[in-house]
Design a protein around this ligand. Structure first.
Ligand code: 13P
Ligand code: SF4
Length: 303
C-alpha cells in the first residue's frame, strides 16, 4: 500500500474511534502530516490534557506517552511502537534519585520531562527544554539537582550563574551524533547562517550557537527572524517541518542527527495502533499521583 492510501485509512479509523493524533517535531514527515497537533514535549503534554477526544495516538517516545497518560488519565493513550523509548530517559532511575536525595536532603530535585513516570514521582518538579531556564531560575535560591541531561544542566548553570549537583546523562543524538567539526564546517559553508541549537547539545557545540532553544522555540525564531538561512542543530525531523511550514527560508540539517527511536513510528505502526488499539500506555495509581504533582508544578511554574 502506498503512503497516501495508508494515510487515508488512518484518518478513517481516527474518525471512527474519535481519536486524536499527537506528533512530536522529530517524527517522520509522513507522520507529521497526520497530526492534529505537532509540537514539542511541553506543547504535547498540554494538548493531551486539553483535547476532547477520548483516544490519543501518541507519535513520539514512551516518556511522552506516559506524561499524556498521567495528565489525561481518563483517555486511552496509544504508542504505535512498543520499543520507542528515549535512551536519555534511561539515564535516571527512581532508586538513583532516592539515593541522591538522601545525600542531598536540602536540594530541590528537577527532572527533565525525558524521564520515566517512576522518576518523575521521586522529584519535586519537571521541566522541558522550553521552560527549563525559567523553572531553574525560579528555584535557584535553593541547592538544585537537575537530571538527567548534563548538557542542559551545564548550559542552565552557566546562563544563570549558579552551580548544580551534577548528574551523568546525555542524549546520544545531541551529544554524540552532532559533533563540533560538522557544525563548524556547515558554518564555513554557509556564512551568515543563524546557528540554532538544542540545549541537549554538548557545551562545545552550544558555544558556536547564536540561539539555544527547544524545538518549538526554533520554529518561532525561524518565523520571526529577518535572516533567511539557519543551521538547525537538533534532530533532523524538525528540519522537515520547518521546510514544509516556512517556505522561502533555508534550513540546513546536521546530516547524522537522527533519533532511531523517534523513527520507529511508521505509517504501518500508526495504522496497526488504531486498528488493534495498541500499545496502551498507562501509569499505575500511586506513581501517577506523585508524578502528576511534579508535572502540575511544572505547569504552574512555567506560567
Ligand atoms: P523538545 O521538548 O525540545 O521537543 O525536545 C524533546 C527531545 O526529546 C529532545 O531531544
Ligand atoms: Fe531521547 Fe535524544 Fe531521541 Fe530526544 S533525540 S527522544 S532526548 S534520544
Amino acid at each position: 500500500m502506498d503512503n497516501h492510501r495508508i494515510q487515508h485509512k488512518i484518518l478513517d479509523l481516527k474518525k471512527q474511534h474519535d481519536a486524536a493524533i499527537l506528533v512530536h517535531n522529530y517524527q517522520r514527515p509522513e507522520i507529521q502530516e497526520l497530526a492534529d497537533y505537532l509540537g514539542d514535549s511541553l506543547d504535547l503534554a498540554r494538548r493531551a490534557m486539553m483535547l476532547p477526544q477520548p483516544v490519543i495516538v501518541f507519535c513520539g517516545v514512551h516518556f511522552m506517552a506516559e506524561s499524556a497518560a498521567i495528565l489525561a488519565p481518563e483517555k486511552t493513550i496509544l504508542l504505535p511502537h512498543p520499543d520507542a523509548g528515549c535512551p536519555l530517559a534511561d539515564c535516571a532511575s527512581p532508586d538513583r534519585v532516592r539515593d541522591a536525595r538522601k545525600q542531598h536532603p536540602d536540594a530541590v530535585f528537577i527532572a527533565y520531562i525525558n524521564t520515566s513516570a517512576a522518576v518523575k514521582a521521586e522529584v519535586d518538579v519537571v521541566c522541558t527544554s522550553a521552560n527549563a531556564l525559567r523553572i531553574i531560575k525560579r528555584l535557584s535560591d535553593r541547592e538544585i539537582c537537575y537530571l538527567p541531561d548534563k548538557n542542559l544542566a551545564a548550559y542552565a548553570a552557566e546562563k544563570l550563574g549558579i552551580r548544580m549537583i551534577p548528574w551523568p546523562g546525555q542524549c546520544y543524538v545531541h551529544d554524540h551524533l552532532i559533533d563540533l567539526e560538522t557544525v563548524e564546517r556547515l558554518k564555513e559553508q554557509n556564512p551568515g547562517a543563524v546557528v540554532m541549537a538544542h540545549p541537549e547539545a554538548s557545551p562545545a557545540v552550544l558555544k558556536t550557537a547564536d540561539i539555544v532553544t527547544g524545538t518549538s522555540g526554533m520554529i518561532r525564531e525561524a518565523i520571526s527572524s529577518r535572516n533567511s538561512h539557519f543551521i538547525v542543530v537538533t534532530e533532523r525531523g524538525l528540519v522537515e517541518r520547518m521546510r514544509r511550514e516556512i517556505p522561502g527560508k533555508t534550513f540546513i540539517p546536521i546530516p547524522t542527527a537522527v533519533c532511531s527511536q523517534m523513527k520507529l513510528t511508521t505509517l504501518e505502526t500508526v495504522l496497526d495502533s488504531l486498528q488493534y488499539f495498541q500499545h496502551v500506555i498507562s501509569v499505575p495509581g500511586p506513581v501517577a499521583v506523585k508524578a502528576r504533582r511534579s508535572l502540575d508544578r511544572m505547569l504552574e511554574l512555567s506560567e
